[in-house]
Design a protein around this ligand. Structure first.
Ligand code: PMP
Ligand code: GLN
Length: 380
């Protein structure tokens, strides 16, 4: 049989590659982003309870209504958004799926989508599989801010959407009010959608507010805003998230969703409907994770890595040009094998393979994991 690949340039994701290598070489995995500490026992207890209480059949296609109501309450409390939970929220199997469904709902062949690089690795294949074209704009190294002049120059009649990710993976950069003003001036009067990846909404440090697009009614009316419970509650393996969009946009999103996943794991939705009401559980995440970031920075000080700034996510990038002039992929593979610490080469987030000799570390780990890893990296 001959299969004409719809994604001929796509290989295996860097997360799978580096996690595989970490397992093979028994390395500490600071590559793929996931916590190595336990999630809330109260939340796992609520899931077990929901199963025992008989919530084991399909939930409604767009999601369990009490959960959607809790999400709407939270969005109102945090961002002042007045949402209709029935028409504007859909529960999805993870944030990645929400992004894919949003793109699939709006894209037609030939459309262009503005993507900032380094870009989370699912964005470009998600655009291309829909027959659309990513228009790549580099974030400005080393603080990875958006070059809005470049965005303005890249806009054409075919521009269908702009993808935003704040806090940003892999760099930890965050969007500020000036960016919101610029974004507004770019899209105003044009039929351009915004896909806003806000899976790290609660992982933002240094007292910087998270500028969710839910805060801005004029921008929200053209936005699909995507979230992940995996990041908020330290349970990436749950693959549960949601998309928020105004009703006419959500109507199209749901058409894609209903014939793809249809509905998500019911017991977790029942549990989260109650757990989401505990504000402290999500509000405490930023200081908890900031402590980990700061501890990792301190541990890495005596090494020859030069850490870049991270204001959010659970990642921090580092230059290693005082250690080696190898390409970042070779370097990442070598330190996994020889020093027992897996990292992600940042060139994997560029279509061109642009290599600034930067690797990404995940610091969402127990203190002892970070200590052991830093001890090994000190030998480099
Ligand atoms: N977007 C970004 C930027 C991410 O880092 C992740 C984490 N995997 C996701 C989306 C997807 O989240 P999920 O695991 O819920 O699909
Ligand atoms: N978001 C995680 C990261 O950036 C990984 C997700 C995945 O493995 N697909 O590391």
């Amino acid at each position: 049989m001959i299969i004409h690949s719809k994604l001929p340039r796509v290989g295996t994701t860097i997360f799978t590659v580096m996690s595989g290598l970490a397992t093979e070489h028994k390395a500490i995995n600071l590559g793929q982003g996931f916590p190595d500490f336990p999630m809330s026992e109260e939340l796992t207890g609520l899931v077990s309870q929901a199963m025992r209480d008989g919530y084991n059949q399909y939930s409604p296609m767009p999601g369990w209504m009490p959960l959607k109501e809790s999400i709407a309450e939270k969005a109102h409390f945090l961002y002042g958004a007045a949402l209709d939970p029935a028409a504007e929220i859909t529960i999805t199997p993870g944030g990645t799926y929400a992004l894919y469904s949003a793109l699939t709902a709006i894209l037609e062949p030939g459309d262009e989508v503005i993507v900032f690089e380094p870009a989370y690795d699912s964005y470009i294949p998600n655009i291309e599989i829909n027959g659309a074209k990513p228009i790549l704009i580099p974030l400005v190294y080393p603080d990875y801010h958006i070059d809005w002049e470049a965005v303005k120059e890249a806009i054409t009649d075919r521009t269908k959407a702009i993808m935003i990710n704040t806090p940003h993976n892999p760099t930890g950069a965050v969007i500020r009010e000036e960016d919101i003003q610029q974004l507004r001036s770019v899209v105003e009067g044009r039929n351009i959608f915004i896909i806003s990846d806000e899976v790290y909404e609660h992982l933002i440090f240094d007292e910087i507010p998270h500028l969710s697009l839910l805060r801005y009614p004029d921008l929200f009316q053209r936005s699909f805003v995507c979230f992940s419970f995996g990041k908020t509650y330290n349970c990436t393996g749950w693959k549960l998230g949601y998309c928020i969009a105004p009703a006419p946009l959500m109507k199209e999103f749901v058409k894609v969703h209903q014939f793809n996943c249809f509905s998500c794991f019911t017991p977790a939705q029942v549990a989260l409907a109650a757990f989401l009401k505990q504000k402290e559980a999500y509000l405490s995440l930023s200081s908890f994770m900031q402590q980990k970031r700061d501890y990792f920075i301190k541990l890495m000080e005596p090494t020859r890595f030069d850490l870049l700034t991270s204001h959010g996510s659970y990642f921090i990038c580092a230059q290693y040009d005082r250690i080696s002039d190898e390409g970042d992929m070779d370097f990442a593979v070598r330190i996994t094998k020889e020093y027992g610490v897996a990292v992600i080469p940042v060139s994997a987030f560029y279509q061109s393979g642009k290599d600034d000799r930067v690797v990404r570390f995940c610091f969402s780990k127990k203190e002892e994991t970070l200590e052991t890893a830093a001890g090994r990296l000190l030998k480099l």
